[in-house]
Design a protein around this ligand. Sequence first.
Ligand code: DGT
Ligand code: CA
Ligand code: CA
Length: 577
Amino acid sequence: MKNLEIADLFYNIAEILEIKEENPFRVRSYRKVGQVLETLTEDVFKIYERGCLAALQEIPGVGEAIARKIEEILKTGRLEYYEKLKTSVPPGLVALLSIPEIGPKTARLLYDRLKITSIEELEKAIKEHKVRELPGMGAKTEDNILRGIDLLRRRKERLPLGVAQPIAQGIIEALKVLPEAEQVIYAGSLRRMKETVGDIDILVSSTKPEAVMDAFTTLPQITEVLSKGKTKSSVIAEKGTQIDVRVVEPQSFGAAIQYFTGSKEHNIKLRELAIHKELKINEYGVFRVKTGEKIAGRTEEEVYSVLDLPWVPPELREDRGEIEAAKANRLPILIEISDIKGDLHVHTNWSDGTHTITEMVERAERKGYQYLAITDHSYSLRIAGGLSEERLKEQIREIGKLNEKIDKFEILSGIEVDIKRDGSLDYSDDLLKQLDIVIAAIHSGFKMDMEAMTLRIIKAMRNKYVNIIAHPTGRIIGERDPYQVDIEQQIMAAAETGTFLEINAFPDRLDLKDIHAQTAKEKGVLLCLGTDAHNIMHLDLMFYGVATARRGWLERKDLLNTLPVEKLMEKLRQKRS
Ligand code: DGT
Ligand code: CA
Ligand code: CA
């Protein structure tokens, strides 16, 4: 089994335990293992081969008991504990739980009262208005559930970027080692770093396409070959992902990458430009209409250049003004991962993270960062080990001591403080004042109407100690729609109060999303990137945050954490004065 399949198995265990109303902390620990395995860059099997149980236990969140379970899965392809557990709940109940709006209590109720064990049965019961009759339910619940079912179906159609990217990377690495492959690259929506991806498009430049096709269609990660041709094949890989690979001759490679990167809308605009210049553009190159002479195609730069355009970064190719900007030579100089000087949203084992402050700091230093903000959860979020006032004060002292011991690196004392329903915060201003950085966020009470929710967040922004609103719309891609909030008003209030807005880099969130980040920038709001890391490996998810920022046209100056530490501290203090 592959990482993602093992991750799913642990998620399923967590869900069944949830139905059985087992200890929530146990449920959480299984879910956490699922999350960790999902974001692991190395193959679990390779880790196991390297050092058996001991190596597995080095994976964050994996203790001895879990390591033994992983070992059993790797050795036998199944887990006895899970097989038994499955038989302890009615079949079908687990399927209901995959609907975002349905928790274990509701699933049980639907089963006990209406004998519902599948999504189709549930839809039928809702159509017959049977669900609203159940205790604690109503017409609104029925609507919510239908929306959840819709979300689930949409999710199945598109893959989150954070799932697609590692799968594509794995295939690319496997193809790169082929002697016949000159260059290998992903194109399509993945190269544009869209938050979800319909299918993965990979291009290989080679003069021996058959050899590449043979190798590709027999890779171990591929579960089904849909079609195999001389230069193009389609397959299904992990998680039901469709992957198209095309082999192109080196002299057309640039034109092919340009064409297959899309977007379709961007390409249509480009084609119109070409026509005006009496040129024809396709996946093989750019040609003069009159003579048929080929004038570009080996590189992408060439293709843009014969149209009198500078090369356009893939993240901008959505026909949202990039061609006009390119023509006027006003393309933004997009932020790069190397511009990021620190992570501003990080959890540790003081709340629900896996690693110690020191471990997180060491990893951040190794990434070349200059600072790291420790922002554990606040008191209300008890399930996540939210810090009491006393514990927070203790953490501030601890960070003070650690800072004395290290050179050339700054640990910022911070908090991810809960915004309560009335817009007030979990701690007193006196305590917030003692912190270097305060992130405020919503973790409960998602279902308010738009006006109340917007006011709730704006009230938090008015607190002069609140520097940042984390994951400002609360969406979880494919899981939970954004809460009802007037994003325009939220952005205006951020500008007015000098509050920064986060782009949460966790690939399930990417919140603010690209276009909202762009609006914020246009309104003069400074944005910041935080991974929301709960273990050391999550610090690497900054990649996805940067991708989102680039899709939002952001430049170095638009982001808080491209600043050196002194300038950052200055910015953070500005609101207080
Ligand atoms: P996806 O897979 O739905 O996330 O989105 P894309 O953008 O990866 O779309 P896909 O996989 O259908 O096709 C890859 C690229 O190929 C697309 O971005 C642009 C190009 N392409 C595909 N079909 C057409 C077309 O009919 N006209 C033009 N101009 N380009 C096309
Ligand atoms: Ca695609
Ligand atoms: Ca495709």
